[in-house]
Design a protein around this ligand. Structure first.
Ligand code: ADP
Ligand code: GN1
Ligand code: MG
Length: 375
């Protein structure tokens, strides 16, 4: 992606129906994909703070379809939230239109921008600071499944083809190793071997899908802890954000991606691997919250496969970080030279740890699902 210049930013800001005059504009958040800005206006109205994002069009090649998905899903969520007596201004994303009434702005040089109302008095976390936060994120992601359970998944666009097709990701990884365009494969021999030895993890869900043992649902597909806003006063999960990857997917992957990120005892890019493990306390807490949030909408087979979702998503993320490292860091934003290799290493450490804790992980899901009144 090209750099955002001040001129581009000003042009984007001038294109939306913001009210008041701009007081400040700063880069915001720690996402790996889009460029996010927090804007402040001095108007005494509800758009006082605004989130402005440049959509990464290298990653999302069809921003029109992407925003159509987000418009449809947020409109649907708005109705469900209202029916349940909630506050749609805080409990789902609210798009601020352009002056022309469009959901996003496309500049002359084809850069795409969108804006959301800022969710007040809420925070997102890059790591679990309090276990309750993780539990709350689980309830919110589970509730997201619950609210969207009857949404016709086939009507949504696939914003990234084969996003969680782990089998296809494995093939891309093999290609990257073979081509080794940066000459970096020699630095990642152990990691490459680790992934090759566990190829069967990459096949698991595609096999079950083809046998129709598991359903395709509307899923979030990027269920990192920092994609949930928690109320600063009550600590309650209020809103699921970062809806770019909402599309047909697997419930186990939504569960699994949260575990991969949030149940880890260390940051995704921790370099001291002794600090990295999958906390069974956090895993149990998340499982409880997720099952409660889903309120019985998962099939018994899906519930049984939740631990597998954690392993698959962690393995897949390791594959993706390493593939990007081998291909010259063109996908994930990096902040130091071997960042993607370091990220890959934490993921593989987690996979190994999950293998060692496998029986416990299965037991926890079994016991909680037997005990919960919904399952
Ligand atoms: P990315 O795809 O790069 O991860 P996100 O959409 O997750 O981008 O946004 C990055 C961060 O910006 C989030 O983690 C969150 O802290 C903040 N953020 C995003 N949308 C909102 C919003 N509507 N209100 C308040 N904060 C937001
Ligand atoms: C990216 O955008 P962000 O930072 O929430 C990525 C996820 C990865 C994650 C790893 C669209 O998420 O798939 O799991 O980084 N999003 C996309 O941290 O590729
Ligand atoms: Mg995000």
């Amino acid at each position: 992606m090209k750099q955002v210049t001040e001129v581009k930013l000003e042009d984007a800001i001038a294109s939306f129906r913001f009210q008041g005059s701009l007081v400040s504009c700063e880069t915001y958040g720690s996402g790996h994909i889009n460029d996010t800005y927090l804007l402040q206006f001095d108007a005494a109205d509800r758009y006082k703070k605004v989130i402005l994002q440049r959509i990464n069009t290298d990653v999302f090649s069809n921003p029109g379809e992407l925003m159509e998905n987000i418009q449809k899903v947020t409109a649907y969520l708005r109705e469900r939230i209202q029916e349940n007596g909630g506050d749609p201004e805080r409990e789902t994303l609210n798009i601020i239109p352009t002056h022309e009434g469009k959901a996003y702005y496309e500049s002359a040089d084809k850069e795409c921008w969108r804006a959301y109302q800022f969710i007040r008095n809420a925070a997102s976390y890059d790591q679990v600071e309090k276990p309750e936060h993780f539990y709350e994120s689980a309830r919110s992601f589970g509730n997201f499944q619950y609210l969207l359970a009857d949404y016709p998944a086939g009507t949504l666009h696939e914003t990234i083809m084969g996003f969680h097709d782990t089998k296809a990701r494995f093939q891309m990884f093999l290609k990257a190793v073979k081509e080794d365009i940066m000459g970096r494969a020699c630095k990642a021999q152990d990691e490459i071997r680790f992934l090759l030895e566990r190829k069967e993890i990459s096949d698991c869900f595609s096999r079950l899908l083809s046998r129709k043992e598991i359903p395709l649902r509307v899923t979030h597909n990027d269920t990192k802890l920092n994609n949930i806003m928690l109320d600063k006063s009550t600590g309650k999960g209020i809103c699921v954000i970062d809806l770019d990857t909402v599309m047909p997917g697997l419930a186990m992957n939504d569960f699994g991606d949260s575990i991969r990120f949030g149940a880890s005892t260390a940051a995704e890019d921790e370099t001291d691997l002794d600090k990295v493990s999958c906390s069974m306390e956090l895993y149990e807490l998340y499982t409880r919250g997720f099952l409660e949030g889903c309120r019985g909408r998962l099939t018994p087979r899906e519930v049984e496969l939740l631990p597998m979702g954690a392993k698959v998503m962690t393995y897949e993320c390791g594959l993706r970080f390493l593939t990007d490292y081998l291909q010259g860091d063109t996908y994930f934003k990096i902040h130091r030279e071997h960042h993607n290799l370091e990220r890959c290493r934490t993921q593989l450490t987690l996979v190994k740890d999950m293998e060692e804790k496998w029986e416990t992980m299965q037991k926890i899901v079994k016991e909680l699902s037997n005990n919960l009144e919904y399952n």
